[in-house]
Design a protein around this ligand. Structure first.
Ligand code: HEM
Length: 474
């Protein structure tokens, strides 16, 4: 059912929007897709979710309803609306929703997947100190050490000017960085199997989100495969936990903090199942996303040689050929702008959902209790009001002045509010280190006729095609 709607000005001031919320009787019904669009929504979402949503935004604006096989969702695409859900009225929104139900077989009750409430809060409090600045500073050393080792392998493996598919190496690097830093575990050189298991699980769940039939507990071949992949992941993580148990040296890692933590209320330790789930969540958060982001970033740098050369000039000025240390990271301001613009254009965590626990009003629209709220960072980061020529790769958008002039929540690749990414500074440091050390060593180019790389719209966003880079030594 489609309703004609008078939208309130979604950029109204807080006072105005509070006033609007008070006047519930003036709130509007949410527009919903027309009959023909409803009928084609499923195949169109399946073919190209971004194209489908972008078309709907063009037609219906910043708030509208979509229904996927009985799963109704209210899409919101304005920074103020996102602010309302993730920050201002966050207590009213949890993760009991269709997207998180889809990924819960993998994430279960770990930090990313947890619905919310006190048990999530306790786990977050426990883990937060492992991501504080002094820790990240120590992690930066492992990041540079691992990147140096990767570059040494490249030097032996590739001739000057050779074209190579380096994304798998970058994925492996990200996995080693997260497991060494957070779990004190050395996963060894042969992790291809677990890395491709991650990608396969990402595929199956992404496909299910766009076409949610048959239910995940039905034993279709792909659902059986998903359960096998989860079992593989559990075995891998179990071995890592074992490894930690047999090591007694060094300062505590996140893994030992979790394993040794005692619940203030019950006096109990975290049980083995919960510990395993937390580790899986950190791996999913720390591996999949960074791999996707780093791959897109290297591709974009190769595609834009003038931006790459400006970045190299900064590297020469700040580092003068040295390996960066943690204090250098803050000085690499242009490199950081490149990372930010990559995450705007191709942020790997590209969508999220919340469930409205009670009623609310967003931008003048009534939200019913139990409604699923869908936020797509990909479309949000292209909102025409805030991002001129949104498809252009332009790091200048993140020059300090431009950032200061943009309203809050126009750019949130790590989410916002209480459930903002715990690994945000870890990831930013890692992406800067990887980009800086690669560009310092190589001039990246694309081979002649390299097709534009598409994106696979999975649970996370990944490059669709193999990224081939020409590696020319500087
Ligand atoms: C470019 C890299 C990354 C991006 C774009 C990213 C993005 C996000 C986003 C958008 C969320 C919020 C999801 C929501 O609100 O529904 C999130 C949550 C989370 N991320 Fe990341 N992330 C990245 C890297 C990492 C890393 C490196 C780690 C850990 C080492 C990590 C661990 C987590 C965890 C545990 C949560 C759940 C936090 C909570 O709910 O308390 N992420 N991430």
């Amino acid at each position: 059912m489609s309703t004609t709607v008078r939208k309130t000005d979604s950029r109204s001031t807080d006072a105005e929007s509070a006033g609007a919320r008070g006047a519930a009787n003036r709130a509007c019904r949410i527009p919903s897709l027309g009959l023909r669009e409803k009928l084609t929504a499923l195949p169109e979402m399946r073919r190209d979710q971004v194209a489908f949503l972008s078309k709907a935004i063009d037609k219906y604006g910043d708030v509208f309803q979509v229904r996927l096989l009985g799963n109704p969702m209210v899409m919101i695409n304005h920074p103020d609306h996102v602010h309302r859900v993730l920050v201002e009225n966050r207590e009213n929104y949890d993760k009991e929703n269709f997207l998180y139900r889809t990924v819960r077989p993998v994430l279960r009750n770990g930090l990313i997947g947890a619905v919310g409430g006190e048990s999530w809060h306790r786990q977050r409090r426990l883990m937060q100190p492992s991501f504080h600045r002094p820790k990240i500073s120590a992690f930066a050393d492992t990041m540079t050490e691992e990147t140096t080792a990767m570059l040494r392998r490249w030097e032996h493996r590739y001739r000057n000017g050779e074209v190579a598919a380096v994304v798998p190496d970058v994925g492996h690097l990200a996995l080693r960085i997260v497991t060494r830093n957070l779990f004190g575990a050395d996963v060894g050189p042969t992790t291809e199997a677990i890395e491709s298991d991650f990608t396969d699980a990402n595929h199956i769940m992404g496909e299910y989100f766009r076409f949610p039939f048959p239910p995940l507990h039905w034993p279709t071949p792909s659902h059986r495969r998903l359960h096998k992949l989860i079992a593989n992941l559990d075995t891998f993580v179990g071995a890592m936990i074992e490894q930690r148990n047999t090591r007694s040296d060094g300062s505590p890692t996140l893994l030992s903090i979790l394993a040794d933590a005692v619940d203030e209320d019950t006096g109990h330790r975290m049980d083995a199942v919960q510990l395993q789930q937390e580790v899986v969540n950190i791996m999913v958060g720390g591996y999949e996303t960074t791999t996707g982001a780093a791959s897109f970033m290297l591709y974009l740098l190769a595609k834009h040689p003038e931006i790459q050369e400006r970045m190299n000039a900064e590297l020469v000025e700040v580092l003068d050929g040295r390996v960066p240390d943690f204090d250098d990271i803050a000085k690499l301001t242009y490199t950081r702008m490149i990372v930010d613009e990559t995450l705007r254009l191709r942020g790997p965590a590209w969508q999220t959902m919340r469930r409205a626990v009670g009623p609310d009003e967003i931008g003048g629209f009534q939200i019913a209790p139990d409604a699923g709220i869908y936020i797509n960072f990909f479309t949000l980061h292209r909102h025409r009001e805030f991002w001129p020529d949104p498809e252009r790769f332009d790091p200048e958008r993140f020059a300090p002045r431009a950032v200061a002039e943009r309203p809050r929540n126009t750019y949130i690749p790590f989410g916002a509010g209480l459930r903002v990414c715990i690994g945000k500074h870890f990831a930013l440091t890692e992406l800067i280190v990887i980009a800086a050390m690669i560009v310092q060593r190589y001039r990246l180019g694309l081979p002649d006729g390299h097709p534009p790389i598409g994106m696979e719209q999975l649970v996370t966003l990944r490059p669709k095609h193999e990224v081939l880079l020409r590696l020319e030594r500087r």
